[in-house]
Ligand binder design. Structure first.
Ligand SMILES: Nc1ncnc2c1ncn2[C@@H]1O[C@H](COP(=O)(O)OP(=O)(O)OP(=O)(O)O)[C@@H](O)[C@H]1O
Ligand SMILES: [Mg+2]
Length: 338
């Protein structure tokens, strides 16, 4: 779908504007009595206008914590190093009014479970217009905008929908409403944290189509979190693979699928089921992800890695250039993967 060139044409991102999202060396640590290793460890990633960047990895790898940090939301008691910049402004040092402005105008997030994102007792119309009205939009204009957004995300009878409550919508329709709400402030950056995990496959495809179409029309940057690699391949321009709080591989989507360099990425690809009858049966990555209580001295993936050597357990490998991307594996350039 979108790429940086197409997205920046005709949008707010003038050639001289600072980059949309830059996360640089972000580390988030809980106090030592609550965790042995950082939740995030030196995470760096960028999203340009119109670009879709994927974040994939097993449960607990830190994807949601990374997303929430872009909104300035950090775990209680966490120590933070590094920077998160949106259009050049450091999110982690913003005061309350600055954060409010960031969240109402620049960055919006679509969460995994639409029912958790809405108040069940309030009408959809109030949910959609509250942000606009709080930002000073007159009630009539806010309603007109809500109707436009509901139409854009494919809700039939938008006027009737405004009067309904969340329980009167199916999961897929409610997720469209949540996406409409996220788009209300015309954010430059949309963070979608597993936006379709709770949906059936056909609804998932429709919701993704809505997201990608709106993105192409508006040049929105999209940070897309999923543990579904097939979905990431269909949606993302570039993918970051996370493992135990670190980015272990970064590559353009086609290259990542054709030539993964990190054994963990290859493992994730091998356990993705394929429809093709000649495709090999999916093979799960052996072992289990690292908990926060475990802090091995070397590569966090080494205990599960078929290619690990003694040196892999000595110190964590740096993320460095490998092919046209980056990989954090001492053996990335040895051609060990088939
Ligand atoms: N507010 C918090 N306080 C303490 N620990 C947290 C907090 N939020 C997340 N964690 C821990 O940080 C780690 C990463 O969590 P995160 O939710 O980012 O994982 P994830 O990659 O999004 O996983 P999933 O695919 O299951 O959504 C987990 O071990 C989690 O328990
Ligand atoms: Mg998550």
């Amino acid at each position: 779908m979108g790429n940086a060139e197409r997205g920046s044409a005709g949008t707010r991102s003038a050639g001289t504007a600072p980059p949309l999202l830059e996360v640089e060396g972000l580390s988030i640590r809980l106090p030592a009595d609550r965790a042995a290793r950082p939740i995030l460890d030196g995470v760096s990633l960028n999203v340009a206008a119109g670009e879709t960047v994927g974040l994939v990895g097993e449960s607990g790898s830190g994807k949601s914590v990374a997303c929430r940090s872009v909104l300035g939301l950090l775990p209680d008691g966490a120590r933070v190093e590094g920077q998160v910049r949106v259009r050049g402004r450091d999110v982690l040092t913003l005061d309350r009014p600055g954060l409010r402005e960031l969240r109402s105008r620049q960055v919006a997030m679509v969460f995994q479970d639409p029912r958790a994102a809405v108040n069940p007792l309030r009408r959809i119309g109030d949910f959609l217009t509250e942000g606009l009205r709080a930002a000073g939009t007159p009630a009539e204009r806010a309603t007109a905008r809500a109707l436009e957004l509901l139409d854009a995300v494919g809700i039939p009878d938008p006027r009737g929908a405004l009067r309904r409550h969340p329980h009167e919508f199916s999961g897929g329709m409610l997720q469209r409403v949540v996406i409409a709400a996220a788009l209300a402030g015309e954010p430059e950056l949309l963070i979608a944290d597993e936006p379709t995990t709770a949906l059936d496959v056909t609804t998932q495809a429709e919701v993704i189509a809505v997201l990608t179409r709106l993105q192409a029309e508006r040049g929105t940057g999209l940070l897309f979190v999923t543990h579904d690699l097939e979905l990431a391949a269909a949606v993302c321009d570039r993918i970051h693979v996370m493992y135990a709080g670190r980015i272990v591989e970064t590559r353009a989507t086609g290259d990542l699928f054709a030539h993964p360099r990190h054994p963990y990425t290859a493992g994730l690809l091998a356990c993705t089921p394929r429809i093709d009858p000649d495709a090999p049966a999916p093979r799960p990555v052996p072992g289990r992800p690292l908990s926060l209580a475990e802090a091995p001295p070397g590569c966090a993936f080494a205990p599960r890695c078929a290619f690990a050597e003694p040196r892999c357990s000595a110190e964590p490998p740096a993320l460095r250039p490998s092919g046209d991307g980056l990989a954090a594996c001492l053996r990335a350039d040895e051609g060990i993967l088939p």
